[in-house]
Each structure stands twice: as structure tokens, then as C-alpha cells.
Design a protein around this ligand. Structure first.
Ligand code: ZN
Length: 64
């Protein structure tokens, strides 16, 4: 199993995978940023905050 590292360019967002031990690749004139490799710790997208439309269609509340 090869230990790979993923780098991402902060300039253009391009990613590069290089084996561990290799120097960080460069892009856009600067060094690429090392991304953390945590495939098992991907937090699920929060979908709990969906806007609930109030079902007060029949309630003719007069605002005043
Ligand atoms: Zn770049």
C-alpha cells in the first residue's frame, strides 16, 4: 500500500497526489497546500436546517 499525500493549490484549486516523502509540488508560483486525508471522517452535510414553511395558509391572521 502506497502512502500518498494530496496537495491542493490555493491559487487555482488544482490537486496533485504525490507519494509520501516527495516534496510538495508547486503551482501558480507557490507551494501547494497539504490536504488532510481522512476518508473515514467525512462529516455528513447538515441537512437539518431546512426552512420549514409555515402551514398557516388558512389562518388569516391580521397583522396589526
Ligand atoms: Zn495553481
Amino acid at each position: 500500500m502506497v502512502d500518498l499525500r494530496v496537495y491542493e493549490c490555493e491559487g487555482c484549486g488544482r490537486r496533485a497526489t504525490v507519494p509520501r516523502g516527495d516534496p510538495a509540488p508547486g503551482c501558480c508560483g507557490k507551494r501547494m497546500r497539504l490536504l488532510p486525508l481522512e476518508p473515514c471522517r467525512v462529516a455528513p452535510a447538515a441537512e437539518h436546517s431546512r426552512p420549514m414553511a409555515s402551514e398557516d395558509a388558512c389562518d388569516d391572521s391580521r397583522a396589526g
